[in-house]
Design a protein around this ligand. Structure first.
Ligand code: PTJ
Length: 251
């Protein structure tokens, strides 16, 4: 029997929840495969937050606090996994929360916005336009929201939007367990950590970073180092994987 506090028990509960949200149309079938990819990378990390991820999370807080117009971009998986954590981060950082989807329908936008509102976010909605130079539905955003943002937090997304946002002069913060994804490698700052572990740490840092801490973190930001360290953590664990006991049971 897996203890209730064990990460693997939590991951089973999370799978159930995502399956339910997929039935309701909040998460897509592609989103379920995205979750599986994340689980595999999290397994390689040891389902824990590394020291370099903690630095990345504190740096993310500094960037959000210093932003003129920060926006948290939310897709189906992010809303399903972490709606309350998004609301808490919005309160601590003052960022706008805006839905941006790859598999976009008006119905999904409405469902996801409702889920976020129920969890306590003030969602920035209204007329979306195809404003980003992208050949797919992530192009749709709001002129006074993501389009005007100087800092955009992009959780759980692999693709070309990050590069486009960077080309528009924005600072992009990614949360992605895969340090090799396009988004992870293109972003200004990548947090290689699981979404529901990362968000509360960013929120906590928004509440306690001094101005001097913020300056220091932003000045020493080195994304290549953060990605390399995540890869070092994964390969280090893999090379000693057989030294450890078999983890407690699968159900
Ligand atoms: O809701 P939509 O329509 O916008 O669809 C969202 C998709 C599924 C298109 C979007 O999430 C996506 O781009 O999926 P990908 O291409 O699989 O990329 C998701 C990335 O997030 C992968 O690199 C995963 O490793 C990573 N990931 C998955 N789950 C987590 C995660 N990173 C952090 N925490 C997680 N829980």
């Amino acid at each position: 029997m897996i203890p209730l506090s064990h990460p693997r028990y939590r991951s089973l509960v999370t799978r159930e929840r995502l399956a339910q949200y997929a039935k309701e149309g909040i998460v897509t079938l592609e989103g379920l495969t995205a979750h599986g990819r994340g689980e595999a990378f999290d397994y390689l990390l040891g389902e824990r937050t590394t020291d370099s991820a903690i630095v990345a999370e504190r740096t993310a807080a500094a960037l959000l606090l210093r932003a003129r117009h920060p926006v948290i971009s939310v897709n189906g998986n992010t809303a399903a996994l972490a709606a309350p954590e998004i609301a808490a981060l919005q309160k601590a950082s003052g960022a706008l929360v805006e839905v941006n989807l790859f598999h976009r329908t008006e119905e999904r936008v409405r469902l996801i916005e409702n889920l976020l509102r129920k969890a306590g976010s003030e969602v920035f909605s209204g007329e979306a336009e195809q404003l980003l130079p992208l050949p797919h539905d992530r192009a749709w955003c709001r002129r006074d929201g993501m389009y005007a943002a100087d800092v955009v937090l992009v959780p759980l997304e692999d693709g070309d939007r990050c590069g486009v946002l960077m080309d528009m002069g924005k600072t992009v913060i990614a949360i992605d367990l895969n340090p090799l994804s396009r988004t992870a490698r293109t972003a200004t700052l990548t947090i290689v950590d699981e979404l529901t572990r990362a968000l509360p740490r960013i929120t906590g840092a928004c509440q306690d970073l001094s101005a001097a801490d913020q300056d220091r973190l932003i000045a020493s930001l080195n994304n290549n180092y953060l990605l390399s360290d995540a890869i070092r953590e994964m390969t280090g664990r893999l090379s000693h994987a057989l030294d450890r006991e078999v983890p407690p049971g699968h159900v």
